[in-house]
Design a binder for this molecule. Structure first.
Ligand code: UDP
Ligand code: MN
Length: 770
């Protein structure tokens, strides 16, 4: 003690004072800076966000699996469960591709060879003609697996919450996730507990109060972080000098994406389906699984056993956690519409948003009950949700359908951005900020998360292939397709870059609220389900916006084989009517391709009034569908006619010619316009406004003004692959009557079709489609 006093005498005292003062100053300065980098995060830490690190460090196994060559577009995160006799990918793979088709059988969705060859994988190919809606090939029996009971899971249950960005040395630094292993969990044996769930788990946790996280804390965090945002923006430049762990270029007012994963209560590592693993059902439970399947058209029995706030593997590309986003992103209202949704999946959807969204960006969650009939979705749901101040429930007084239900949610939303989600999803870590960032950069961008697959059978979380985008095929059938390799190379794209998306899948996207209304929202004339994703996609692109898939934002979705709810009217007719509304408003001359792919019968159905929609398109000065095809979806094959040019008769070796209202034969001459005809999607043989038509019940023919709604003007014609290839078969006449040239070239009439009769064979100069 004396020694110390001696030191503190005279100049020594001054020196000691200066030294202590500078240490204190330095500490304060560092603390202030840390706060400014991390204010949101450190607040959240204070609010007991318990974290776990290195859960998914199984890189070597993942690499091995990648080498085995997973098929597009779905990869299993968890390979533990094999689907008996089918291989692990089979049914879910298909389901992912038929998302938004609600059970249309895949090979009935898209048609002809040309379309097939465009698709980069043979087994993606879908046929359409005629486009019937059929019940999916999903067999309940196949969905139910025989499994051995869990083994090897530690008996002691452990509570874990996850923030996969956290590393050992960074338990207090939430935003720096430089050591993060971003590849998905791959578990070769279901009994294996992922490495993140190990005994000394809690040793890594930040010092924090014990006990579960209360939702109230999240609310507090919101207020505190809001008030600090400005400060952070101001000190942003200073931050960049200190944060040498980060490879990202620091700009004022940005922070590293928050990889939050909060829970209300500590998680149980041994819970069924925890970490997105396949949950198993013992064989003696099969009957129960089957019994409850129809409640949601997925494994409801299993879903009910899985925690509503389970952890799922962080499947983002590695660089995503390093990305920076702006501090002052707009807030969002998350809108879930549901009709008779399964209790556990609805709750899991809501919890995934509450747990994994930065509180200050989540304005509210709006649940729109589209006149559900299930009892537990009434008072019981009100009571459950009352613990979350951010959740609001709106009840519709009659069934409105998905489209009008979304509009009802949007109408009361208070956030600057609307985020629509299906009611059976699981939002992944870091899902929200990358979406909002795109809108922040450009309010006309409409970002969609990557939609991953939550298996309808074992509820496992599966990641999908990179570079997938939503597209359509004729007749307006949604599908997924990989970006062409040349495009990826040309644009130097990495796996985390936003992907231009011609058509959104529909269920999951964010949009600036004002912009949504500027665009005229959805066509409120669309009923129940179907076609609304086409409508909003065409509208966005053609009227000045952009749709993007954001690989750093990922949300799991249960793809169901069938809609589990009832359609007030016939399902097929409802969807068809919606599609016709879309085609009539947005497709211009290309609507012929829509009708021409098996939808001729929709030409004269009642689709209601379109005046407002057509006016809207004019008012917004939207571009043409041709522009859309050329600029947004250039790899789409969309010939305006099926065939064109001269119409050559094989037997006569002459060409058809139309002169002064009469048809006759001439020596073929490409330079003569009178010899040019189109074979259209309406199946007309047409020159300008005149159509070649069978006449009456006899074997004559006539020239008539073309009229799309008149089936008697249509000819069935194929250039190959048909017993009557090259014939012109009158569609309206029974008993297969074909157009035949007289051997002298002076007559033209209908005769019974004969496959070898060359006078019944006609060739157009160019065929664009079969
Ligand atoms: N939905 C609704 N009313 C309807 C039909 C659907 O509120 O009349 C909801 C449904 O509960 C779900 C969302 O809209 O949350 C999308 O429907 P679904 O999941 O059946 O569409 P899919 O994923 O098959 O495209
Ligand atoms: Mn859905």
């Amino acid at each position: 003690m004396m020694k110390v006093r001696r030191y503190l005498r005279g100049s020594g005292r001054v020196l000691a004072f200066v030294f202590i003062a500078s240490v204190i100053w330095l500490l304060f300065d560092m603390a202030a800076l840390r706060l400014s980098i991390n204010d949101v995060n450190s607040q959240l830490l204070k609010e007991q966000v318990i974290r776990e690190r290195e859960i998914f460090k199984q890189q070597s196994r993942v690499t091995q699996l990648m080498k085995r060559g997973f098929k597009h577009p779905v990869q299993r995160v968890d390979l533990a469960v094999t689907h008996a006799g089918k291989g692990p990918l089979s049914s879910d793979n298909k389901l992912a591709q038929v998302y938004r088709q609600g059970g249309k059988k895949q090979d009935q969705m898209l048609g002809d060879k040309k379309i097939n060859s465009l698709h980069h994988q043979g087994d993606n190919l879908l046929k359409t003609d005629p486009p019937k809606y059929v019940v999916s090939e999903h067999k309940e029996g196949a969905a139910i697996q025989e499994v051995t009971p869990k083994q090897g899971v530690p008996a002691k249950k452990k509570a874990v919450n996850l923030d996969q960005n956290l590393t050992k040395s960074e338990t207090s630094r939430v935003i720096d996730g430089s050591n993060k292993v971003m590849l998905p969990v791959v578990v070769s044996n279901i009994t294996q507990v992922p490495p993140g769930v190990q005994k000394d788990k809690h040793a890594l946790l930040p010092t924090s109060k014990k006990g579960p996280i209360e939702t109230g804390d999240v609310q507090i965090a919101l207020d505190k972080t809001d008030s600090k945002r400005n400060k952070k923006v101001m000190t942003g430049a200073k931050v960049s000098q200190l944060d040498n762990n980060s490879t990202a270029v620091r700009k004022p007012g940005v922070h590293k994406v928050l990889s939050l994963d909060m829970t209300q209560a500590p998680r149980d590592a041994n819970a069924v389906g925890q970490f997105g693993q396949a949950a198993l059902v013992a064989s003696n439970e099969d009957a129960e699984v089957r019994k409850r399947w129809d409640e949601g058209h997925f494994n409801v029995y299993l879903s009910d056993q899985i925690p509503v706030d389970r952890a799922i593997p962080d499947t983002r590309p590695e660089m995503c956690a390093q990305n920076v986003v702006h501090d002052d992103l707009p807030s969002t209202s998350v809108i879930f519409c549901f009709v008779d949704e399964v209790w556990s999946t609805l709750l899991r959807s809501v919890h995934s948003v509450l747990n994994r969204s930065p509180p200050h960006l989540l304005k509210e969650i709006i649940l729109v009950d589209d006149f559900s009939t299930k009892d537990n979705l009434k008072e019981q749901l009100d009571a459950y949700m009352s613990q979350f101040p951010k959740v609001r429930i709106i009840r519709l007084k009659e069934r409105q359908g998905l489209i009008r239900a979304r509009l009802a949610g949007a109408a009361v939303a208070k956030g600057e951005v609307l985020t629509f989600l299906d009611s059976h999803v699981e939002c992944n870590v870091g899902w929200l900020e990358p979406l909002l960032e795109r809108i922040y950069l450009d309010r006309k961008k409409v970002p969609c998360p990557v939609i991953e697959v939550v298996s309808d059978k074992d509820m496992s979380y599966m990641l999908v292939d990179n570079f997938q985008r939503g597209i359509f095929k004729w007749p307006l059938v949604f599908g997924w397709s990989a970006l062409p390799d040349e495009y990826i190379k040309k644009n130097n794209m990495t796996v985390s870059d936003p992907i231009r998306c011609p058509v959104m899948a529909g269920g999951l996207f964010s949009i600036d609220k004002k912009y949504f209304y500027e665009l005229g929202s959805y066509d409120p004339g669309l009923d129940v389900w179907g076609g609304e994703n086409m409508e909003i996609s065409f509208k966005i692109w053609m009227c000045g916006g952009e749709i993007e898939i954001i690989p750093c934002s990922r949300v799991g979705h249960i793809f169901r084989g069938q809609n589990p709810y009832k359609f007030p009217k016939d399902r097929q007719k409802t969807v068809e009517r919606n599609l016709v509304r879309v085609a009539e408003v947005w497709l211009d001359e290309y609507k012929d391709l829509f009708y021409g792919h098996g939808y001729h019968h929709l030409l004269d159905i009642n689709i209601g009034n379109l005046t407002e929609q057509i006016e809207l398109r004019k008012r917004l000065k939207c571009k043409s569908f041709k522009w859309y095809l050329e600029n947004v979806y250039p790899d789409m094959d969309a010939p305006l006619v099926k065939a064109e040019g001269l119409v050559f008769n094989r037997g006569l070796r002459k060409c058809l010619s139309l002169q002064k209202g009469f048809l006759l034969f001439e020596i073929c001459d490409l330079s003569k316009q009178s010899q040019h005809f189109n074979y259209t999607w309406m199946r007309h043989v047409r020159q300008q406004d005149l159509c070649v038509a069978p006449q009456g019940k006899g074997n004559g023919f006539a020239l008539q003004l073309c009229d799309n709604t008149k089936p008697e003007l249509r000819w069935f014609h194929k250039s190959s692959n048909s017993a009557l290839a090259e014939h012109l078969i009158a569609e309206f006449v029974s008993h297969h009557m074909c157009l035949e040239a007289g051997p002298q070239g002076d007559t033209l009439r209908l005769n019974p079709c004969e496959s070898r009769n060359t006078f019944q064979k006609w060739q157009f100069t160019h065929y664009h489609a079969q």
